[in-house]
Design a protein. Structure first.
Lengths: 185, 162
């Protein structure tokens, strides 16, 4: 499936949850959804999207948080899977696996074919899904995103070479302010 | 001198909601008291940068977390600190254990942790105060409240070791 297709399916199923996007997804998501509950994590601390989302999910368990992470940044902080399992929260981690560091131009990430779903299960996450095609993801997205987290959803997407580093849809200060305002309503 | 029950009581007094930690041998002795304090939730994470990012999410969500880590992990967590404190402008507060602090003062250790801790905290432009055995919970409460009142980040560097 393409990265665009993966996120289009998510946009149709995210409900009222907070969506934190990272890396290559930031170039796509704001065109699909740009509400106060959409948070483009850029500038970021690489690999810390799931941790940021966990904090938000612990603060607002009724709301729920979806973190759209890359495969490269997931590898930068694999311990986040264990932390998610050890601190159950209404958190859905989507791992976009394109096998590349796409935002730096498309260099191969380490590890070749990494079994992220297997890693998540081994870390203690009970709800783990893996979809390799848009059709399969579309057919079960509602189920995968139903109920409460923690859950990990691994999506295999086509990698693209020559991509530019995405720009923030708006400055971080503005994003922080509008998300905080939305959460205090 | 800070011990577990005193720290737990001080954090309750400050209105702290979550403690995110990767313990060291000194801070780790506070575990039972932190777990027993009903106003606190102890969040165990795998790495110190992760602790800072979890605290960032809690701050975004309106909670009042504190991060407890050792200086060695603080060294590793610089990128998360840079992002949460300087990109996101969130009032992160940390207690950072400084391994071998007293031995270093006496020239009795080859441990270079005390040598690097303060310069690195200064490099990250993080306001801080060194806590020795002379400091008590009133100082902790005061330090935390001052950072909160100024809506800024802050850290206590906790002198450890003999």
């Amino acid at each position: 499936m393409t990265h665009q297709q993966a996120l289009e399916v998510l946009a149709g199923q995210r409900g009222q949850r907070i969506v934190i996007t990272t890396m290559g997804s930031i170039a796509i998501w704001p065109k699909l959804s740009d509400t106060p509950l959409d948070f483009a994590y850029i500038p970021s601390s690489m690999g810390q999207g799931p941790a940021l989302g966990l904090g938000l999910a612990l603060a607002h368990p009724e709301r729920g948080v979806i973190v759209v992470n890359g495969d490269g940044c997931t590898l930068m902080n694999l311990g986040c899977l264990v932390t998610m399992a050890g601190n159950p929260a209404n958190l859905f981690l989507i791992i976009i696996d394109n096998g590349l560091y796409e935002v730096t131009g498309g260099q191969a990430r380490p590890g070749g074919s990494v079994d992220f779903a297997g890693l998540a299960r081994s870390a203690g996450i009970e709800r783990v899904y893996q979809f390799d095609t848009a059709e399969a993801w579309r057919a079960r997205a509602a189920e995968a995103l139903s109920g409460s987290g923690p859950a990990v959803i691994c999506l295999k997407v086509d990698g693209k070479l020559g991509q530019k580093t995405p720009a923030p849809p708006q400055p971080m200060r503005g994003q922080v302010a509008r998300l905080r305002q939305a959460l205090t309503r | 001198m800070l011990d577990g029950p005193a720290v737990a009581a001080a954090l309750r007094e400050c209105g702290v909601t979550h403690v995110i930690w990767v313990p060291d041998t000194h801070i780790g002795a506070w575990e039972a008291a932190l777990v027993a304090e009903p106003s606190l939730r102890l969040i165990r994470v795998c790495r110190e940068g992760e602790a800072i990012a979890v605290a960032g999410g809690l701050l975004l969500g309106g909670k009042k977390p504190i991060v407890l880590i050792q200086c060695t992990g603080f060294f590793e967590a610089g990128d998360a600190l840079r992002n949460i404190v300087h990109d996101m402008k969130l009032p992160l507060f940390l207690i950072v254990g400084v391994r071998s602090y007293y031995a270093h003062q006496q020239g009795k250790t080859a441990d270079n942790c005390p040598l690097f801790t303060e310069p690195i905290v200064q490099a990250w432009q993080l306001p801080y105060q060194v806590f020795t055995e002379q400091n008590g919970t009133a100082d902790l409460v005061s330090c935390y409240r001052q950072a909160q009142a100024e809506n800024r980040a802050g850290a206590i560097l906790l002198a450890e070791g003999t």
